[in-house]
Design a protein around this ligand. Structure first.
Ligand code: NAD
Ligand code: UDP
Length: 312
């Protein structure tokens, strides 16, 4: 077997750390690059003694050089609370990070994957969302630093491919949850589980009629690996998500039931530009990657609840 050298930016984050685990398990050498803005040492501490794991503290907005066969570009805060904390930095991370990593990929002839997002569809007017939908994004809204940052990153990826023959892969990730989400991450699944385990009020923004389609992290990692291994002509973008759609109220009720919590549901203001519905059309991933998610919400929530019991 040839041991691939794989660079993962944002490797100490929630998704990145699971990808590090999987790639090491498959016998690869992993370079985990992170500036620890939202990532945690805790997520990768079990890998620090692994002979084929290397941790690099670096910010992707600055150029970086290493020899690698593949690059997974994940560096970017993903929770609305965190990406809105410093909107300019979020945009720099997406755009300058993409330029730096694409420049590196070009120079070392590495294959490079972008972790894009369902947020490129904004508050969608087409449901479910296929990759052919151009989206409905407010370019000056609260979410635009993230949405437009990722849209610009997609543009950069496609043009480095066209102009410079860089081998690119773009995936659009839909709401993903699982162990190693930060307890204060601010995203809905971690918020609800932490609140339920502490018997605190469950905070629903708005009336909870907005929908999301939740994917367990192992399914995402499988999709990422398949996309990276797919034939060169298939560059994406491809949706990677679980099409089973739930209202936020349904999610809250499920979390209360699975934790046996005494928490009460309370309603808080709905943040501006919060998408009213979201569901991936995954026909393309099925066709090109022979991929579909395997873990349904209840099974994934049970695993995630077990994890949060150990950390809070
Ligand atoms: P996360 O916040 O846990 O991980 C992001 C990681 O990137 C963190 O470790 C953070 O410290 C690091 N990072 C941020 N800015 C950086 C910078 N300038 N330089 C170097 N490292 C930096 O979030 P996640 O859920 O693991 O998301 C990983 C990727 O997947 C992100 O690009 C995100 O946009 C994308 N994504 C995730 C979801 C999801 O539901 N989890 C959905 C769509 C897209
Ligand atoms: N949400 C909520 N309560 C929370 C956190 C989030 O009702 O404590 C809602 C949020 O308004 C959104 C949905 O849950 O409609 C998903 O939010 P999240 O931040 O997880 O991700 P998004 O899909 O909006 O990027």
């Amino acid at each position: 077997m040839t041991r691939k050298k794989v660079l993962i930016t944002g490797g100490a984050g929630f998704v990145g750390s699971h990808l590090c685990d999987r790639l090491l398990k498959e016998g690869n050498e992993v370079f985990c690059l992170d500036n620890f803005f939202t990532g945690q040492k805790q997520n990768i501490v079990h890998l620090l003694d692994h002979p084929y794991f290397e941790l690099i503290r670096h910010d992707v907005t600055a150029p970086f050089f290493i020899e690698a066969d593949e690059i997974y570009n994940l560096a970017c805060p993903a929770s609305p609370v965190h990406y809105q904390y410093n909107a300019i930095k979020t945009m720099k991370t997406s755009v300058m990070g993409a330029i730096n990593m694409l420049g590196l990929a070009k120079r070392i002839k590495a294959k490079i994957l972008l972790a894009s997002t369902s947020e490129v569809y904004g508050d969608p007017l087409v449901h479910p969302q296929p990759e052919t939908y151009w989206g409905h994004v407010n370019p000056i809204g609260e979410r635009s630093c993230y949405d437009e940052g990722k849209r610009s990153a997609e543009t950069l990826f496609v043009n480095y491919h066209k102009q410079n023959n860089v081998q690119i892969k773009i995936i659009r990730i839909f709401n993903t949850y699982g162990p190693r989400m930060h307890p204060d991450d601010g995203r809905v699944v971690s918020n609800f589980i932490v609140q339920a385990l502490k018997n605190q009020d469950i905070t629903i923004y708005g009336q909870g009629q907005q929908t999301r389609s939740f994917q367990y992290v192992d399914d995402l990692v499988e999709g990422m690996i398949r996309m990276m291994a797919s034939p060169g002509a298939f560059t994406g973008p491809v949706n990677i998500g679980n099409p089973n759609e739930f209202t936020i109220l349904e999610l809250a009720e499920k979390v209360i039931q699975l934790t046996g919590s005494k928490s009460k549901i309370i309603n808080m203001p709905l943040p501006p530009d919060d998408p009213m519905m979201r569901q991936p059309d995954i026909a393309l991933a099925k066709k090109e990657l022979n991929w579909s998610p395997k873990i349904e919400l209840e099974e994934g929530l049970i695993k995630t609840i077990e994890y949060f019991k150990t950390v809070i």
